[in-house]
Design a protein around this ligand. Structure first.
Ligand code: HAM
Length: 422
């Protein structure tokens, strides 16, 4: 029986026809990161489950519902990464990076995995381009990251997204806020869903993530963290806003923004489209000053962001791939002519020129059709007659003009292409 295999729900092929846009965005980000001193880090796709549970938080949607977790052959619980920050923090501590680098600035690109309900802009395997900066306490770090995102957006002609920012406090001001929020949730407990009821007891801030409409009405009137910030958090947030104004980075102060991951302290931000039906964030990030210490490292402030590449591509304007069509297509008749074609193609390919051939197993007519379909700029035709005279016919596909050129020596061949292909 023939089984027809399909990809898993929420997992998608990125086909060659789409890859130009991906590579364009990746190359652009690499360039921009490099000019601000961010180097790439590649961490494993799989980590111990505990790493994500403790950093993202036991009561978050990601940990409660969305992780791809399995027991490996050693009986150990492992998880395919749902995000990149936890792994970077692990690596920072494990590799003793603080001893070697005062300020550590890195970026990463790659797939992340979350078992969410797939819909427009939401996948189970999606890709992030992220950056993190360690050991800068000042909000100038946030400002730099937001400037980097701005540069990426500028180059991709993205204008219709809004930056929302908030401060989510720190361990010195959050307990007071949590207490007040808990009190408020308790007073409305009968109108909350079971999930909110449970979360209001163990981690009230996580109840604020609930999407249930009835809960939303209550949650929208809940006390705001912004009213409970300690002096340190408040000053930090004000200083960040003064940078943003100075740098002309437009933002919306969104006092309801809390983010769905527990590790954030102080700054939290999201870059969101206000397009109807797409409430999803394209970029999200914030500060996590306690995570390194929580994992046993020295207290080290840190901040970062991640762009969702699939979402970014929906808004990006990508220039056409100017190298998509071959400079030359070599069409041949006969086995000997194809041998010559490979030799000539290799001569050009080693010089970086994109050359296609007809592989010598189809008619001249079908090769010409293929050259046309590939939008080849020139076609070199080598038949038995031409081969005897050590000649070939070069056709300019834009005006159909033809000329006979010599292929007697490599130099003859290369010289006759000068000013046309090379
Ligand atoms: P996050 O908000 O969970 O944050 O994800 C960041 C971005 O990844 C989102 O804004 C979105 O563009 C994309 N994304 C998330 N889930 C999906 C999905 N199911 N399908 C498609 N795209 C998705 C983080 O992951 C943090 N690690 C960001 C960060 C870095 N914070 C500090 N440093």
């Amino acid at each position: 029986m023939n089984i027809k295999y399909t990809s898993i729900t929420g997992f998608k092929d990125i086909l060659p026809e789409a890859i130009h846009a991906w590579q364009y965005v990746e190359d652009l980000c690499r360039q921009i990161f490099k000019s601000s001193g961010y180097r790439e880090i590649r961490t494993p796709l799989i980590e111990r489950t505990e790493l994500f549970k403790r950093s993202i938080g036991e009561t978050t949607d990601i940990v409660e519902k969305e992780m791809y977790t399995f027991i490996d052959k050693n009986g150990e619980s492992l998880t395919i990464r749902p995000e990149g920050t936890a792994s970077v923090v692990r690596s920072y501590i494990e590799n003793n990076i603080k001893m070697k680098e005062q300020i550590f600035k890195i970026f990463y690109m790659g797939p992340m995995f979350r078992h969410e309900r797939p819909q427009k802009g939401r996948l189970r395997q999606f890709h992030q381009i992220g950056a993190e900066i360690f050991n800068v306490q000042a909000p100038s770090a946030e400002a730099e990251l937001l400037l980097i995102i701005n540069s990426i957006f500028d180059k991709l002609n993205i204008t219709n997204l809004n930056l929302h920012i908030n401060s989510v406090g720190c361990p010195s001001c959050r307990p007071e806020y949590s207490k007040e929020l808990k009190k408020y949730l308790k007073s409305n407990i009968n109108n909350l869903c079971d999930n909110c009821k449970r979360r209001s007891e163990i981690n009230p801030m996580r109840a604020l993530d609930c999407k249930n409409e009835a809960c939303r009405i209550i949650l929208n009137k809940a006390p705001l963290i912004s009213e409970y910030l300690c002096d340190n958090c408040r000053t930090h947030f004000e200083e960040l806003q003064s940078y943003l104004k100075e740098l002309n980075i437009k933002y919306i102060l969104n006092t309801g923004l809390v983010r769905g991951l527990d590790y954030y302290t102080k700054t939290a931000f999201e870059i969101i489209s206000d397009e109807e039906g797409s409430q999803n964030a394209v970029v999200a990030g914030g500060r996590y000053d306690n995570l390194v210490e929580m994992f046993g490292g020295d207290p080290t402030p840190a901040v970062g962001f991640a762009i969702g590449v699939e979402r970014l591509l929906r808004f990006a304007r990508i220039p056409e791939d100017i190298n998509a069509s071959p400079e030359l297509f070599i069409a041949t008749v006969g086995r000997v002519a194809y041998g010559t074609a490979i030799r000539l193609a290799t001569l050009l390919r080693t010089r970086g020129v994109y050359v296609e051939t007809g592989y010598g197993d189809r008619s001249l007519k079908s090769q010409m059709r293929l050259a046309d379909k590939l939008k080849a700029k020139y076609v070199l035709m080598i038949g038995e007659e031409e081969l005897k005279k050590k000649n070939a016919i070069l056709k300019n596909m834009s005006d159909s003009s033809q000329e006979t050129i010599s292929i007697r020596t490599d130099n003859d061949f290369l010289n006759s292409l000068k000013g046309k292909i090379i």
